[in-house]
Design a binder for this molecule. Structure first.
Ligand code: NAP
Length: 253
């Protein structure tokens, strides 16, 4: 992977073709403040025309380099936060961390494996799903309106946390993660949760892979839901490229 536009750091060489492979750990390192407070980074892949899914899945959009970044961002995080729609559509499983990475995480003061935290108003998740048959208990962030029976069933396989009455209020949800020492929050969406995090001013970073294909109209983008009142200004941290994909990292301005 090569760097097309550097943020702070070494100057660009004359010819990107002669540049050494980018150190992705360095390129995606969390800032120091992410150890002190909930720091929310989102990671998405979209087509060049802005689609975040093809026939309900993100898989057709991402190539090998995107999968590498996707995994690395998980390995750098304390917790992977997803909406229940994504967990159901994508049949979410646990975060897989190889032995070598576990050691690096331990040395950096992180748990060996980050848990997955799912946001859901309905608590409509199957306790027998592969997400729950794992070494690290997932966290279910839900609300009082979720049927008590479902909450009870999920509490056998996950830490169930109530954060609101009719829906999950995202500030208390972030506070619940922070209480558990989970401040490097990586959200993988989906578009509905992502838009709410942005609207609430809780999104610190967006890591976006732009895939070299067109998906056509009628697809979800990376934000879904009611229009916002305004916009959120972002600053570009880097642009990386591999083959024909772009890897953009933005920070809230
Ligand atoms: N391209 C990418 O990188 C990418 C990444 C992720 C997802 N996707 C795609 O996006 C699609 C799914 O989109 P989506 O918008 O449905 O995903 P989503 O945001 O993951 O899921 C929406 C669901 O999350 C729960 N939720 C979100 N915010 C909530 C809140 N504040 N309080 C309570 N519950 C809340 C609700 O679950 P309940 O219904 O259980 O109450 C809601 O129905 C899939 O096709 C997936 O493949 C693409």
């Amino acid at each position: 992977m090569r760097r097309l536009l550097a943020g702070p750091g070494p100057a660009l060489p004359e010819s990107p073709a002669g540049a050494p492979d980018v150190d992705l750990d360095e390129a995606y390192a969390y800032p120091a403040e992410a150890a002190q407070r909930a720091f929310v980074r989102s990671n998405f892949v979209c087509s060049a025309d802005g689609a975040a899914e093809v026939d309900g899945r993100s898989g057709p959009l991402g190539g090998a380099a995107d999968r590498r970044v996707f995994q690395l961002l998980r390995w750098l995080s304390d917790v992977v936060l997803v909406g229940a729609g994504t967990a159901r559509h994508e049949n979410y499983g646990p975060v897989v961390v190889p032995v070598e990475r576990r050691e690096r995480r331990r040395a950096a003061g992180l748990a060996e494996v980050p848990p997955v935290a799912v946001v859901t108003a309905s608590a409509g998740l199957d306790p027998a799903a592969r997400l729950f048959a794992v070494e690290v208990r997932p966290i279910v962030l839900t609300c009082a309106a979720a049927p008590a029976e479902r909450r009870r069933a999920l509490s056998a396989v996950a830490d169930v946390v109530l954060c609101g009455e009719e829906s999950v209020e995202l500030e208390p949800a972030m506070a619940a993660l922070t209480e558990r020492g989970l401040t490097r929050v990586l959200t993988e969406g989906g578009p509905t949760l992502h838009a709410q995090l942005g609207a609430a001013g809780l999104l610190d970073e967006l890591c976006l892979t732009v895939a070299p294909l067109l998906a056509g109209p009628g697809r979800l983008g990376i934000g879904q839901g009611a229009p916002w009142d305004g916009t959120v200004a972002m600053r570009l941290i880097h642009v990386l490229a591999e083959e024909d994909s772009l890897f953009l990292r933005y920070r809230r301005a």
